[in-house]
Design a protein around this ligand. Structure first.
Ligand code: PBG
Length: 335
């Protein structure tokens, strides 16, 4: 970005001239939010006709596959280009070996097929990590309390291949194991899935803001300890940039920064340094905070939602994963 030239001295320059009317403000607005910038994360569960509220995320539900198809149709009608699927798995299905993760008939794979059959034009993104299937709640396989890297990568590759086979357009490895992007990319190429996109959760921090999500996918109870041996320390910006460089070198098509608002500096640095498609995840805790304050009447929820999302565009993000997606699309449509 070029530096702003010095302005004329007052009163030759009056900044308020361009703020005086809505028409003038429209004319000089630098960034805009559009429904086409959004990816809508959806929670899945077994059954039919079910939309079950997530207590810590007011307005968010877990949907059975038929209801996910309905949401996918809604997304397409609203001009939202992509959804992202996250399964809630019953404790009974979770194992220490996480085998359900690469079952071609698991909830995620069934949902991918159903959505692609009903709304083929909508991009379906998935999450690659073992936590929904892991009896120990971690994104990786655990032995003697240690999260195993290379064994986990092999499991993630299996998981990626069945999701690609089911028709996923975008794979989102969110696990933060080392070497997973290269391994998944090589396996996809070898299996003929040449056009499957990888949106790497490259700069994913060990954050307190994921709490409500872990409730939504049923991982909170299972998780022993924390994820600090694989997710990035919130103190480290240079490291986040190195992770983005690495994942791009291994074959990621797009990269993500996660969480969102507390990490806007990382978003701006990633976009400036690499110029690649850059996404942010406005995570569950960010959503919950805005909804809680709005629910108390302490902030104007609608305006705070739009302002928070516009901030990602200003920081250089091409798009945002947000639980607000359909509400934003409707608000933008209403003008
Ligand atoms: C786990 C995963 C998490 C989220 C997306 N994928 C949680 C975690 O890392 O513990 C969080 C999303 C959110 O909080 O909205 N693979």
């Amino acid at each position: 970005m070029p530096p702003s030239p010095a302005s004329a001295p007052f009163p030759a320059a009056r900044a308020r001239r361009l703020r005086r009317t809505a028409a003038l403000r429209d004319l000089v607005r630098e960034h805009r939010l559009s429904a086409s910038d959004l990816i809508w994360p959806l929670f899945l569960r077994d059954g039919t006709g079910i939309e079950e509220p997530v207590a810590s995320m007011p307005g968010v539900v877990r949907r059975s596959v038929d209801r996910v198809v309905a949401a996918a149709e809604e997304a397409a009608a609203l001009g939202i280009p992509a959804i992202c699927l996250f399964p809630y798995t019953d404790a009974a299905v979770k194992t220490v070996g996480c085998e359900e993760a690469w079952n071609p008939e698991n909830l995620t794979n069934r949902a991918i097929r159903a959505v692609k059959a009903a709304v083929p034009g909508l991009a379906v993104m998935t999450d690659i990590a073992l936590d929904p299937y892991n009896a120990l709640g971690h994104d990786g396989l655990v032995r003697d309390g240690i999260i195993l890297n290379d064994e986990t990568v092999e499991a993630l590759v299996r998981m990626a291949l069945v999701q690609a086979e089911a028709g996923a357009d975008i794979l989102g490895p969110s696990d933060m194991m080392d070497g997973r992007i290269g391994a998944i990319r090589a396996a996809l190429e070898a299996a003929g899935h040449r056009d499957v996109v990888i949106l790497s959760y490259a700069a994913k921090f060990a954050s307190a803001f994921y709490g409500p999500f872990r409730d939504a996918v049923g991982a909170s109870g299972a998780l022993k300890g924390d994820k600090t041996t694989y997710q990035i320390d919130p103190a480290n910006g240079e490291e986040a940039l190195r992770m983005v460089a690495r994942d791009l070198a291994e074959g990621a098509d797009m990269v993500m920064v996660k969480p969102g608002l507390p990490y806007l500096d990382i978003c701006a640095r990633v976009k400036a340094a690499f110029g690649v498609p850059t996404f942010a995840y406005q995570v569950s805790g960010e959503y919950a905070m805005l909804m809680a304050a709005a629910g108390q009447g302490w902030i104007d929820g609608e305006r705070a939602m739009l302002e928070s999302l516009l901030a990602f565009r200003r920081a250089g993000c091409d798009g945002v994963l947000t639980y607000f997606a359909p509400r934003v699309a409707r608000a933008l449509r209403a003008g």
